[in-house]
Design a protein around this ligand. Structure first.
Ligand code: FAD
Length: 518
């Protein structure tokens, strides 16, 4: 019976895994986590994806409890700036498209071309981002209740295309504070915490991990070993020699430089979105926390030196960057060929990573740990479970690779070699074929990457319409329809958005209250 789990690594992946396993199995599975005092965590990873809420729910953590100590804020969307042309921006929101007569609202928008911006015409969330609103009232109620209360009044016929609503937000938080919060959560629930360096990984005669040797605590034995050692991949890639599949041909950004910038949020306000601003050799992220902004330049080393990148980032931030230390990071882009081999599972950066453009690092961890629980062994190791796990987590990362490749391929910007090359760089095979089709017909869930990877067709549609580099057309069938209901729905989006902007508090006001500062 697999009863003892040893996790090596105490970054976000190590502590998310430890906390989740204890929440799932309680005392039935013993968890030991060993982390080095000498090897720092990556220290970034502060914007998340809307599924993250399920992770906190699973742990039984309530937002009012964990958000203030982690300086957390809400994230409703990603705001893409300058990807199409200087001065242009659009939102990729956590909001599914409304459907009118079986066609998503963006199809109707493209058909009618009412002018304006597709994101503000089709999504309420874009308006909340522009106006820096909180998705919750000061009472704690969520804004969505406003327009789901009277479904009978909605002005369209429904079809199978509608599904349960997408949760409308994710979080921004301080990675170090979240790691401390989860450390406390885990250790209070019985995770054994060892602060030490692992200096050797010992294999038995079958090539399975028998124990890991630490500098001061001797051997740590277990049944299942989880490699959360980050880009090092100390257990899976090094000790078990599992090959790494690079995504670099499709996604060339392999470096980043980051700054933690203190900020007066009362003066600046808190945008409820991550901003991704295109630059000459990549893009800069801006993540507003409560009291600080996390920012960093993700770039391709083939087009820009670390010094140039740091200079660009400092100029972008302005005087607030003076005197702050920059954190330079090399990124390993791709995934391990298999994340679970014998009795070793890699989770986090050791398993795989694509650049953080859609904030999927922590999503991969959440997906992996949920899958691990579903595939957890009982009395015997079962190859079928391992293979199923590997297929699922591999597909999730391959799907995100495709989605991110689309961001570069479809961006209209072409003002230098980096952006010209972005349009012609190889894209994953499946994507080339899908793009052909999407030019005739916007994506739907039947025509996007066919395995679960967190993104639904509306995300692909938002990116294609926002990036502007791929010609698109409305379904010709719409010429045979009456546009009345679609026009009413487009008006409804605007009316609901204006009402919400008027009624909701600003995100700063909401968090000042929650943090006891107002
Ligand atoms: P690490 O943080 O590197 O932790 C590794 C751990 O292993 C450390 O505790 C270290 O001490 C320990 N360790 C290593 N070797 C040994 C040893 N020999 N003995 C003992 N312990 C050892 N994700 C998002 O979801 N959103 C984002 O916005 C985002 N932005 C990112 C930006 C950048 C530039 C990068 C590179 C990543 C970003 N990510 C993001 C990904 C995210 O940061 C990671 O997925 C997350 O932090 C998990 O990292 P980790 O725990 O796997 O590795």
């Amino acid at each position: 019976m697999v009863k003892n789990v040893v996790i090596v690594g105490g970054g976000t992946s190590g502590w998310m895994t430890a906390a989740y396993l204890r929440a799932a199995f309680g005392d039935r599975i013993a968890v030991t986590l060993v982390e080095s005092k000498n090897i720092a965590t990556i220290g970034v990873g502060e914007a998340t994806f809307s599924t993250i809420r399920h992770f906190f729910d699973y742990l039984g953590l309530n937002e009012r409890e964990w958000m203030p100590p982690c300086h957390a804020t809400y994230k409703l969307a990603i705001r893409f700036e300058n990807w199409r042309a200087p001065g242009h921006h659009f939102y990729h929101p956590f909001e599914r498209l409304r459907v009118v007569d079986g066609f998503p609202l963006t199809d109707w928008w493209l058909h009618a071309r009412p002018g304006g911006s597709f994101d503000r015409d089709c999504f309420v969330i874009s308006w909340l981002c522009e106006a820096q609103r909180s998705p919750r009232y000061l009472s704690g109620d969520l804004f969505e209740q406003d327009f789901t209360e009277n479904p009978d009044e909605r002005a369209y016929r429904t079809t199978l295309a509608e599904q349960n609503t997408q949760f409308p937000y994710a979080y921004h938080f301080d990675a170090a504070l979240l790691a401390s919060y989860l450390t406390r959560y885990g250790t209070e629930r019985g995770v054994r915490h060892v602060l030490d360096d692992v200096v050797d990984v010992r294999l038995d005669e079958r090539g399975w991990i028998d124990n890991v040797l630490t500098k001061e605590h001797g051997e740590l034995t277990g049944d299942l070993f989880i490699d959360c050692t980050g880009f090092r991949g100390m257990l899976l890639n090094k000790a078990l020699s599992v090959p790494f599949i690079s995504y670099q041909d499709n996604l060339p950004n392999d470096r980043a430089v980051a700054l933690r910038v203190p900020a007066d949020m009362a003066e600046r306000g808190i945008r409820p979105c991550t901003t991704a601003t295109a630059q000459d050799a990549g893009w800069i992220w801006t993540i507003p926390l409560y009291g600080r902004v996390g920012t960093g330049y993700v770039y391709a080393g083939d087009y820009c030196t670390p010094d140039e990148a740091e200079r660009t980032l400092r100029e972008f931030v302005g005087p607030a960057a003076d005197g702050l230390d920059a954190n330079h990071i090399r990124m390993r882009i791709g995934r391990s060929e298999r994340s679970w081999v014998n009795n070793c599972v890699a989770i986090g950066l050791s398993s795989g990573f694509v650049e953080p453009l859609e904030s999927t690092g922590l999503f991969f961890i959440q997906n992996a740990v949920e899958q691990l629980v579903k595939h957890f062994p009982g009395e015997h190791w079962d190859d079928r479970l391992r293979e199923s796990y590997n297929r699922q987590v591999g597909n999730a990362m391959d799907g995100v690779r495709e989605f991110l490749s689309l961001h570069y391929h479809a961006a209209a910007r072409s003002d230098n070699d980096y952006w010209k090359d972005a349009a012609t760089r190889p894209i994953p095979d499946g994507l080339a074929e899908r793009l052909e089709l999407w030019q005739a017909r916007l994506p739907d869930n039947e025509t996007v990457f066919p395995h679960y990877h967190g993104f639904e067709s509306y995300s692909y549609t938002a990116m294609l319409l926002g990036l502007g580099g791929v010609p698109l057309q409305a379904p010709p069938a719409l010429r045979h329809f009456d546009r009345g209901r679609a026009d009413r729905e487009l008006r409804l989006v605007r009316e609901q958005a204006e009402t919400l902007v008027a009624k909701l508090p600003s995100q700063y006001e909401y968090f000042a209250r929650l943090n006891g500062d107002a």
